[in-house]
Design a protein around this ligand. Structure first.
Ligand SMILES: Nc1ncnc2c1ncn2[C@@H]1O[C@H](COP(=O)(O)OP(=O)(O)OP(=O)(O)O)[C@@H](O)[C@H]1O
Length: 672
C-alpha cells in the first residue's frame, strides 16, 4: 500500500538497465534516487547488554548511569539523484560520517527518526545492503593478496551463486578495467611492511570491492583523505564517471580544492548536524552571497563557506559570533526554496517487509500471483532477491579457508620465525634434560621434562596468537558488517586453517627435545608424544582465541589468558600433588588441559620405566617402577582415554566460548 507524504512528486518509472556480464541477465543496476526526509540521530552513552558491559570492562556504577544524549543530526533532508555525484561537506565533527552511517544502516547505537527512501520505498537494512556499497574512510585490505585476489575473494562471496566461476572472474576483470587497475592487477596490495600499491590505487581497490555487486548507490566516507591532490582529483574523476554510468554517488569530503569541487554535481553543507546548504554545487556561491556572505576573490569557495559554517573555539567572543552565524545560516536555509526537498510518496515499511519476506521464502506470490507492486518496489525486490541468493555456508567456509591458507603461507618470514621459535624452545628443554638416566635422582627429572614440555611452548604461543586475532579484527569486524560471510563460517575456517601450521610448529618443537633427552624410541611412544603435545599446544591456541574474542584490547586479552594459564599451571599436578588439592578446587584439575597432557605424557613415557634404586632407599624415596612413580605424583587416577576426553573437552569449551564471543560481542578493531 502506498501512503502519501507531503506533495507527491517522486516514484520515477524508469527502465531497469541490464549490464551485460558474461551474458547473465541477473546483473542489473536499478536507477535509484535517494531521499532523506527529516532525519535526526541521537546517541546516549547508555551501557549495552550485560555481557557487553562485562567484556568492555564497564564498572558496576557505570551500569546505573542513564547516559547523556548527544543530538548528532537534526532534521536533515536532501535528495541524491541517480547519475549525479553528491558531496556532503562540513567541518570536523559536523556529522558527515554519522549521516552516511545512518543512511547505510551501519549505526550500532542511538535513535534514528525520519525517513530514508530508495526512490519511493522506505529503506530497510536488507534493502539498502542489497543495492548500496559503503566505502569506508580507511582501506581495510589484506597486504599479502594481489588486487585480483582481493576482488575475487569478495566476488566469490557476494555475487549470486547462479554465477559460474567464469562469470565471477569476468566480473572481477570488468571492475579492474573500470577502475584503471589493469597494470597492477597482479601486484600485492601491500602495507607499511609489504611493498605494494600506491595510496590512490589502494583506494580504487576499496571502491572496486563495492562495485562488484553493481550497486545502484555508492556511499563513500572521505574517499580522498590521506591522498595527494593529484591522486585525489583522479579518484573524484573516476567517481564522477561512475555516476554518469547510472549510479547515485554520495561522498563526504572535507574542504576539496577547486578542480575537485568543479566535478561535484550537488552538495550539502552540514554544521553541527544541521543543514546550512543543500543544492547544486554551482549555485552555492550565489546562495551565500544572497545572504550577505560573498566569497572573497582568490579564495576557494569551499574553504570559505565551510569555515563560515564551523564553530570557532579560539576564544569566547569568536565562538559566540560563529554560533550566531551558523544559527542564522541554518534558519535562512530552512526558509529558502533550496530547503524544499523533494517529497515523495512512500511505500510503507510494513509493506516492504512483507514483500521481502515473500521474496525470501521463495513464494510464487513474490512476483506473480496477483500481487501488484510499484515499479520501484519491484526493482528493489529483484536486487534483494539476488542478495538472498549469495553463496551459502560451505562456499563461505571454503573461500575463507583458501584466503587464510594463501595469506598465511605467503608470510614466509612469519612462518620461519615461528619454526625457529619452536626449535629454540625445544633445544633449550632438551639441553636441560639431556640424556635422562634411570637412577633415583632422575625420577623428578622425568616428570620435570614431561611437565615442561606441556607448558613451555603452549605458554609461548598464547600471546602471539592473541595478537594475531586482534590484528584480524581489522577485517573481521567490517567484513561481518558487510555481510560477506557468517561468523560461524569464518570461525570454522579460521580454526581448521590454523591446524596445518600448528602441526608443523609442534613437529619442530618435539623432534629436537625428544632425541636430545633420550625418550623412548619406539613408534607408539613417539606418535603418542606428538599427539599429546599437539593437543596441549592446540588447547593453548584455543584459549588465546577465546581471550581475543572476549576482550576489547590485546593487552587485556593477554592478561586474561595468562591468568587462566597460571591457574591451570598451578593445578596441573606438578607443583602441587593432585591428591593434595582441596576437594572444592578439584574440578580445576579435572577440566585442566595441562594436567591431562602432563598425565598422558607421563603414562606414555614413564609408566613402563624401571628405576635403578639404591637398595637402601625406601620406595617413597625411589619408586622402583614408573607406575609407582605415577602413584606418588597422584597421576594414577585416569588413563589415556580420560586424558583424551579432558583435552578434547577443554578444546571444545574454549572454542564454544570463542564462537559465542565472535557472534555476540562485536569487537571493534583497536585503531577504531
Ligand atoms: N556513537 C557515538 N557516540 C557518541 N558520539 C558520537 C558517536 N558517533 C558520532 N559521535 C559524535 O558526533 C559528532 C559527529 O561525528 P562524525 O564522525 O559524524 O563527524 P564528521 O563530520 O564525520 O567528522 P570528521 O570529518 O572529523 O570525520 C562528533 O562530535 C562525534 O564525537
Amino acid at each position: 500500500m502506498a501512503t502519501s507524504y507531503g506533495s507527491i512528486k517522486g516514484g520515477r518509472q524508469e527502465e531497469t538497465r541490464i549490464d551485460g556480464i558474461g551474458g547473465s541477465s541477473t546483473s542489473s543496476t536499478v536507477p535509484i534516487d535517494l531521499h532523506v526526509q527529516d532525519l535526526s540521530y541521537s546517541v546516549t552513552d547508555k551501557p549495552g547488554r550485560w555481557w557487553q558491559r562485562i567484556t568492555h570492562f564497564q564498572m558496576p556504577w557505570e551500569w546505573m548511569e542513564s547516559g547523556r544524549t548527544n543530538q548528532i543530526l537534526k532534521n536533515v533532508s536532501f535528495s541524491a539523484k541517480n547519475g549525479e555525484l553528491m558531496a556532503i561537506m562540513g567541518g570536523s565533527g559536523s556529522g558527515k560520517t554519522s549521516l552516511l552511517d545512518v543512511v547505510a544502516c551501519r549505526t550500532t547505537t542511538g535513535d534514528v527518526t525520519g525517513h530514508v527512501l530508495l526512490n519511493s520505498v522506505s529503506r530497510t537494512k536488507a534493502l539498502i545492503e542489497s543495492c548500496a556499497g559503503y566505502v569506508r574512510q580507511d582501506d581495510r585490505l589484506i597486504a599479502h593478496l594481489t588486487v585480483r585476489e582481493t576482488l575475487l575473494f569478495v566476488a566469490q562471496l557476494k555475487l549470486p551463486k547462479s554465477f559460474s566461476s567464469r562469470e565471477v572472474s569476468s566480473r572481477v576483470d570488468e571492475v579492474i578495467a573500470e577502475l584503471g587497475l589493469k597494470h597492477v592487477a597482479h601486484t600485492k596490495v601491500g602495507d607499511a611492511n609489504v611493498r605494494g600499491l600506491s595510496g590512490g590505487e589502494r583506494r580504487r581497490v576499496s571502491i572496486g570491492i563495492h562495485l562488484l555487486i553493481l550497486p545502484s548507490i555508492i556511499l563513500l566516507d572521505e574517499p580522498t583523505s590521506g591522498l595527494d591532490s593529484f591522486t585525489a582529483t583522479n579518484i573524484i574523476r573516476t567517481l564522477s564517471q561512475l555516476a554518469r554510468k547510472g549510479r547515485t554517488i554520495i561522498m563526504s569530503i572535507h574542504q576539496p580544492r577547486f578542480d575537485i569541487f568543479s566535478m561535484i554535481d550537488s552538495l550539502m553543507i552540514l554544521s553541527s548536524g544541521r543543514v546550512v546548504y543543500d543544492g547544486a554545487a554551482n549555485q552555492m556561491v550565489d546562495y551565500f552571497a544572497s545572504l550577505g556572505f560573498p566569497c572573497p576573490e582568490h579564495t576557494n569557495p569551499c574553504d570559505f563557506y565551510i569555515d563560515l559554517a564551523t564553530v570557532d573555539p579560539t576564544n569566547r567572543e569568536r565562538e559566540e559570533t560563529s554560533l550566531q552565524i551558523i544559527h542564522n545560516l541554518h534558519e535562512a536555509f530552512k526558509a529558502s526554496s533550496h530547503a524544499k526537498a523533494d517529497m515523495v510518496s512512500i511505500v510503507d515499511s510494513d509493506e516492504v517487509q512483507r514483500s521481502m519476506d515473500l521474496v525470501r521464502s521463495r513464494s510464487p506470490l513474490a512476483f506473480k500471483g496477483g500481487r501488484t507492486y510499484t515499479k520501484d518496489l519491484k526493482n528493489l525486490l529483484s536486487a534483494y532477491e539476488l542478495q538472498c541468493e549469495t553463496p551459502g555456508f560451505f562456499t563461505q567456509f571454503y573461500v575463507i579457508l583458501i584466503r587464510f591458507l594463501r595469506v598465511s603461507s605467503d608470510d614466509y618470514l612469519g612462518i620461519l620465525s615461528k619454526v625457529i621459535h619452536a626449535i629454540l624452545m625445544s633445544l633449550l628443554l632438551g639441553t636441560i634434560y639431556v640424556d635422562l638416566q634411570l637412577d633415583e635422582q632422575s625420577v623428578r627429572d622425568w616428570f620435570g621434562i614431561m611437565f615442561m614440555t606441556t607448558v613451555m611452548y603452549p605458554y609461548m604461543v598464547i600471546l602471539g596468537l592473541a595478537k594475531q586475532c586482534h590484528e584480524e579484527r581489522r577485517f573481521l569486524y567490517f567484513e561481518l558488517q558487510d555481510k560477506l560471510y557468517s561468523p560461524v563460517a569464518y570461525y570454522v575456517a579460521r580454526v581448521l586453517g590454523e591446524i596445518p601450521f600448528h602441526l608443523v610448529y609442534v613437529f619442530f618443537y618435539c623432534i629436537p627435545l625428544y632425541t636430545i633427552a633420550g625418550l623412548k624410541m619406539d613408534m607408539y611412544s613417539m606418535t603418542m608424544f606428538f599427539i599429546v603435545v599437539s593437543a596441549s599446544v592446540f588447547s593453548s591456541r584455543c584459549l588465546a582465541m577465546m581471550a581475543a574474542a572476549l576482550m576489547p584490547t590485546f593487552q587485556i586479552a593477554g592478561v586474561f589468558a595468562q591468568i587462566i594459564f597460571s591457574l591451570l599451571l598451578m593445578s596441573a599436578g606438578f607443583f602441587l600433588n593432585l591428591d593434595s588439592i582441596i576437594a572444592e578446587l578439584r574440578w580445576m584439575s579435572d577440566i585442566n588441559y595441562i594436567r591431562w597432557s602432563f598425565q598422558a605424557l607421563s603414562i606414555v613415557e614413564i609408566k613402563d620405566l624401571k628405576f635403578d634404586c639404591n637398595a637402601s632407599l625406601v620406595p617413597a624415596a625411589c619408586p622402583a617402577t614408573g607406575s609407582q612413580a605415577l602413584v606418588q605424583y597422584g597421576l594414577d587416577q585416569g588413563d589415556l582415554g580420560m586424558a583424551a576426553v579432558g583435552l578434547g573437552g577443554s578444546v571444545l569449551f574454549f572454542l564454544t566460548i570463542t564462537l559465542l564471543g565472535i557472534r555476540f560481542i562485536p569487537q571493534k578493531p583497536q585503531d577504531e
